[in-house]
Design a protein around this ligand. Structure first.
Ligand code: ADP
Ligand code: MG
Length: 219
């Protein structure tokens, strides 16, 4: 079996304030390989967002370790975490995170502009990413002219356009009706398999688990 690309071992996260200590995430193990979809499930407050923040290098565990290949990222310097996110991660947001004044094409293009990809290559890669999510005909539309499900497809195209090795998504279907939610999870599962991406996706909807390579239940 291929080695894990991203691995968490016994990670915990506690938050301490004057009111006391809250354990946001109990000891959790996770491993994800290229082409695998790990579903994190659990009720609200079970630590899904906390774990995804740790995996994204946006927060650090109280104990435990996180590895990218052979490299520890839980104690890596902030400058390395910035590179990690830029070079390896695609992130899909619950609320889509699209810029309302930009068309679908322009939204998907943003990460390539930031990365300094030349215009001709940007055009090809944006078209390819929109095609992958079934929106080849909708690139000129603004977010408000798209349905919720279509907006999340744009969010997924934007996350994949930089060809990340890892895709992280925190409740990407929470704002969609059940038919659109199922369609988005099916799309994520097929893209992860076809693009060889390692994906970790959280949901509080148990019906999503059958798309997963592995399911991790929190809480
Ligand atoms: P989920 O995403 O599964 O709904 P979260 O990861 O957001 O759960 O939160 C898990 C628990 O940790 C909750 O009880 C939440 O209130 C607590 N928590 C999360 N972030 C913080 C924080 N920055 N400070 C204090 N408590 C937090
Ligand atoms: Mg959450």
């Amino acid at each position: 079996m291929t080695r894990a690309l991203l691995r968490a071992e016994a990670v915990t996260r506690e938050f301490t304030s004057r009111a006391g200590t809250v354990r946001a995430l109990g000891a959790t193990d996770l491993a994800v390989r290229p082409g695998e979809l790990v579903v994190l499930r659990g009720p609200s407050g079970s630590g899904k967002s906390t774990l995804l923040s740790l995996l994204a290098g946006l927060d650090r565990p109280t104990s435990g370790r996180i590895h990218l290949d052979d490299e520890r990222i839980d104690d890596a310097p902030e400058s390395r975490l910035v590179e990690y996110r830029r070079d390896h991660l695609g992130i899909v947001f619950q609320s889509f995170g699209l810029l309302p004044v930009l068309t679908a094409t322009e939204n998907v293009e943003v990460p390539l502009r930031i990365a300094g990809v030349p215009p001709a290559e940007r055009t090809d890669r944006v078209a390819e990413a929109l095609d992958l999510v079934g929106l080849a005909q909708h690139g000129g539309q603004l977010p408000e002219e798209l349905s919720g499900g279509q907006q999340q497809r744009v969010g997924i195209a934007r996350a994949l356009v930089s060809r990340p090795r890892i895709l992280l998504a925190d409740e990407p279907t929470a704002q969609l009706d059940s038919a659109n939610a199922a369609a988005i999870m099916d799309l994520l599962a097929s893209l992860v398999a076809s693009q060889g991406v390692a994906a970790v996706v959280s949901t509080h909807d148990d019906s999503m688990s059958d798309r997963a390579t592995h399911v991790i239940t929190l809480g």
